[in-house]
Write a protein that binds this ligand. Structure first.
Ligand SMILES: [Zn+2]
Length: 161
């Protein structure tokens, strides 16, 4: 009886349909290895998620702040074009190019600031997620010893409260 340690659901007052959200999620996400048809060598991996695991997924880690090669090239070319249009000289292209590169760096720095600011809230949310339990009878989540019962649809909002 693995459910013996499960806490009682505040909605139905029972524990037989209660499971830890993090372990339900881990069970629902499976990685399979396969050889794509027609592939000459190698295998690929594909992840599949059950619908429940998808609905119970943890909060997404904040991203951003990486200066990608694509952004770098894009903004330097845009800068170069603007420089060429403004000055109609080779020096204008160079200046525009440099300004474009600086602009790309500035964008990346701002995105990184944003990610850093979002990080503490995400850490709190993931900690909360780790303490969640799911009741299959009522299709909702709760934290043990707390009265509140939250429908699965509101899990992300609940995590960031
Ligand atoms: Zn219940």
């Amino acid at each position: 009886m693995s459910s013996q340690n499960a806490p009682v659901c505040p909605r139905c007052g029972k524990l037989d349909a209660v499971q830890k959200v993090s372990s339900l999620f881990a069970q629902g996400v499976t990685t399979v290895e396969y050889s794509p048809p027609g592939a000459i060598v190698g295998t690929s991996t594909a992840s599949s998620m059950t619908l429940l695991a998808e609905r119970l997924k943890p909060p997404k880690q904040p991203e951003g702040g990486k200066l990608t090669a694509g952004a770098f090239i894009f903004w330097s070319v845009v800068g170069g074009l603007i420089g060429a249009l403004l000055f109609r000289e080779e020096a204008g292209v160079t200046i525009g190019f440099v300004v474009g590169i600086l602009f790309a760096g500035l964008l990346a720095a701002r995105a990184d600031e944003k990610r850093k600011r979002a990080y503490p809230a995400w850490q709190k949310a993931i900690q909360k997620w780790n303490s969640l339990y799911y009741c299959g009878r009522d299709d909702g989540i709760f934290i043990p010893n707390e009265e509140r019962f939250v429908p699965v649809e509101q899990i992300q909002a609940f995590l960031y409260e």
